[in-house]
Design a protein around this ligand. Structure first.
Ligand code: UDP
Length: 359
């Protein structure tokens, strides 16, 4: 069995890392095809270095661009590699344009696709990620659903049950593999003048939040109100996309410590010691839940309903009064929920399934 692992962004590198580790451990024939969707050191290479991942065999250098440009360029570039390499299976993870292009190209070449983190739905087709997920799920031969909820959604959409495997989410594997190591980054608290459990961690990068100046302004107002009302520090590692939008619209974040995006271990440490997390990220909602840190999601919907169900997360939207209300509510919760995303063995499970199908 020859495997092509297609990835392109920060969360894909992190969530594919347990699968890459398994490929190494089992001495499988595989290669990494990097789309280059994320390309700066802080959004890309730092994760390969820190997670000790082998280098990619190909980097397609797609860079930034509109959705059509990015996806179109990737379709033709991925096709060339897959024709040359003739893998037996292509693995993609999540919901990016890299996933869309990887899945579409492989399917047209009749190469089966395995979708890691299948069956997530926000039911909001206004989100580019939702379109990518739906297409990837419906074209894949192996759907690795993290939970029962994601499996049920896929079945409901008519996907045959024998293509769906509940494996847990590889985010847990990556977190368990790195949490202890993240303790080495403890000095980050001192560096940014923070005290354990006395700060809120913020991340924000969804297109619908940051590309819309009204929503971005509303969130920035909320953050300064939170800073005034709760008296906790706010620390915000800013995604490059968000920084661009803040600068373009001249929006300032008063009372918030704005820093560059962090490496995975430093970010894990900051998450684990936060009093509360405010985010619109998908993976951060999961990680907050696993780390037992209350989360307030700055969106109207989530494709991670498991977090709402166990009580680790609430949806606050983007209006200051709602965000303040949800923050007051979540700061009081006892973090006694159970992690719904699995036992940290998802990478192993996924590879065993593939091995049983191909060997
Ligand atoms: N992350 C990181 N440094 C940061 C912010 C996030 O290493 O400064 C990690 C985080 O632990 C998670 C992933 O990046 O595993 C989340 O990526 P992002 O929010 O960009 O993507 P999403 O999950 O929303 O697709």
């Amino acid at each position: 069995m020859k495997i092509a692992i297609v990835l392109g962004t920060r969360p894909e590198i992190i969530k594919m890392s347990p699968i890459i580790r398994e490929c190494e451990r089992l001495n499988l024939d595989y290669f990494i095809l990097h789309s280059g969707q994320h390309y700066s050191y802080q959004m890309d290479k730092v994760f390969f270095d820190q997670l000790k991942l082998p280098n990619f065999k190909y980097n397609l250098d797609v860079g930034s661009g509109s959705h059509g440009e990015q996806t179109g360029t990737l379709l033709s570039r991925i096709e060339k590699v897959l024709i040359k390499e003739e893998p037996d299976v292509v693995l993609v993870q999540g919901d990016t344009n890299t996933v869309l292009a990887g899945t579409l190209t492989a399917s047209k070449l009749k190469i089966p696709v395995g979708h890691v983190e299948a069956g997530l739905r926000s039911f909001d087709r206004g989100m580019p990620e939702e379109i990518n997920r739906v297409v990837a799920d419906h074209l894949s031969e192996f759907l690795f659903a993290p939970t029962n909820i994601s499996k049920d959604l896929l079945v409901h959409e008519g996907i045959p049950e024998d293509k769906i495997f509940i494996t847990g989410n590889t985010v847990v594997d990556a977190l368990f593999q790195n949490l202890k190591l993240s303790q080495d980054k403890a000095e980050i608290l001192e560096k940014f003048g923070l005290n354990k459990k006395e700060y809120f961690l913020v991340t924000l990068h969804r297109q619908e939040n940051v590309d819309c100046p009204k929503r971005l302004k509303s969130i920035s107002n909320s953050l300064s109100k939170i800073n005034n009302s709760f008296g906790f520090d706010l620390i915000f590692p800013i995604h490059p996309r968000t920084r661009k939008c803040l600068e373009k619209h001249g929006i300032c974040l008063d009372g918030t410590k704005c820093i560059e995006p962090l490496d995975y271990l430093s970010f894990l440490f900051l998450q684990s010691q936060a009093r509360l997390i405010l985010t619109d990220s998908g993976s951060v909602q999961e990680e907050a839940c696993i780390l037992k840190v209350p989360c307030v999601t700055l969106r109207e919907n989530t494709e991670r309903p498991e977090t709402i169900k166990v009580g680790s997360n609430v949806l606050a939207g983007t209006l200051p009064e709602n965000i303040l209300e949800m923050t007051s509510k979540m700061i009081k919760v006892t973090p006694d929920w159970t992690n719904p995303f699995g036992d940290g063995q998802s990478g192993n499970r996924i590879m065993e399934i593939l091995i049983s199908k191909f060997q």
